[in-house]
Design a protein around this ligand. Structure first.
Ligand SMILES: [Zn+2]
Length: 410
């Protein structure tokens, strides 16, 4: 053994604490007592889980608050302000900001990440050139994959398609979409499916990001998923329009997504910040966060993710997924233990399934990508937003944090 984690409550088997033996970067044994002459960490009965999995974050446009105006705080303003800032992006500038955000995620126990990255004639490939080196530079701490997408439209924005194809050639592992900024949303979706087929990559689309249920594209995406036999390889994010659906139609959507094998990602921080702006005058403000835990009941796979950090889309964020799970639980009025557990699973096991990570899990034989949390069970980890005390990537400790101490008067 190279490392033994002693007295761990391992997710999936939360009974008596046991030892986790790690060898060659993998979990070699989980047993009540492992006798080994190896480095050891005693975690005193705390919860050990496979690391957090971020499926949806924008490293390239993070940390640009100081360059953007924020007046109305709606999505049109956010896209416009980000587009202006993007014109001045250089690969070095993107690399510096993305590094800052990536390191925050690592410090909060994220061991796997899909970052969305935009290309268009305005920014060219400068965002990609800033983010792509991070894949190798931070492999010691995180598996990072890039999903290229056209934030400012595809069919209405000549030159964008060629840039997306070039980004896929350079190693982007997924292709995304933003049909709501396109003059022909369905044509954009169709073209993205064709690109995914050409490069054999997964699909992860921004979809139905708006304030009402009118004109939703979910059915179109499900139909194309069926036609291309892409079930299990397609995810959609936001889908805030679904929060305005009557219950019966929401249920129908859930079943349709499950049948097609389309997964859904909720971005609570952004959705809360941008949605409901049109109702300020009458106080009837939609919160705009899809109740994903209810979709799980129909068999849809869902994840909770960060999306934007310190930019006009979301002017806050610390990249903590356990905090995002807590935020979601609070907004969506999650109270039962079973649903609270699902909130934990939606930042760990479920996004790992969405990203199709076969090596993921706190089990013998899996890659030793683990977090130690200052809790004894996942429900309370979410309820209390507990800190990550250790993160481990391929068997090596990458983060450690001392629990806070009270200094009582003598
Ligand atoms: Zn996004």
């Amino acid at each position: 053994m190279d490392l033994v984690i002693r007295n761990a409550r391992v997710i999936g088997n939360l009974g008596a604490p046991c030892d986790i033996g790690i060898s060659g970067g993998r979990i070699a044994a989980i047993a009540p007592r492992i006798d080994a002459d190896a480095a050891a960490i005693d975690v005193a009965g705390r919860l050990v889980s496979a690391g957090f999995v971020e499926t949806h974050i924008h490293l390239d446009k993070s940390c640009i608050l100081d360059r953007c105006a924020s007046g109305r705080g709606d999505i049109e303003e956010a896209i416009g302000e980000a587009a202006k800032a993007k014109a001045a992006f250089t690969p070095e500038d993107v690399h510096a900001r993305a590094t800052r955000t990536l390191e925050k995620a690592i410090l909060h126990g994220t061991t796997h990440m899909r970052t969305h990255l935009e290309v268009d004639p305005g920014v060219g490939l400068r965002g990609l050139e800033g983010v792509l080196p991070l894949v190798g530079q931070y492999r010691w701490a995180i598996d990072l994959q890039i999903c290229v997408f056209p934030q400012e439209g595809l069919t209405n924005n000549p030159g964008t398609e060629e840039l997306m194809v070039e980004a896929l050639r350079r190693g982007c592992r997924a292709v995304g979409a933003a049909p709501y900024t396109d003059s022909d949303p369905h044509r954009q979706i169709d073209r993205v499916f064709e690109m995914a087929r050409e490069f054999d990559v997964d699909i992860d689309m921004h979809l139905d990001f708006g304030p009402t249920a009118a004109g939703m594209d979910v059915e179109h995406v499900c139909r194309r998923t069926d036609e291309h036999r892409y079930g299990g390889r397609v995810a959609i994010g936001h889908v805030t329009r679904a929060t305005s659906l009557p219950v019966a139609e929401f249920e129908r959507m859930g079943k349709r997504l499950a049948d097609a094998g389309v997964a859904l990602t909720v971005l609570p921080a952004t959705d809360l910040y941008l949605m409901g702006r049109h109702h300020t005058a009458d106080h009837n403000q939609t919160r705009g966060v899809v109740p994903a835990h209810k979709l799980l009941r129909y068999g849809v796979n869902c994840s909770l993710s960060t999306n934007n950090v310190l930019n006009p889309f979301t002017p806050f964020g610390d990249c903590s997924l356990i905090r995002m799970a807590n935020l979601y639980a609070n907004i969506c009025q999650v109270g039962s233990r079973a649903d609270m557990r699902e909130c934990f699973d939606m930042v760990t096991r479920r996004p790992a399934q969405m990203l199709r990570l076969p090596d993921y899990g706190a089990a013998v034989g899996k890659s030793a990508d683990l977090v130690v949390l200052d809790a004894v069970e996942p429900e309370m980890a979410v309820a209390e937003v507990v800190p990550v005390l250790y993160a481990i990537k391929r068997g090596r400790v990458t983060v450690s944090r001392e629990p806070a101490k009270l200094h009582r008067p003598q």
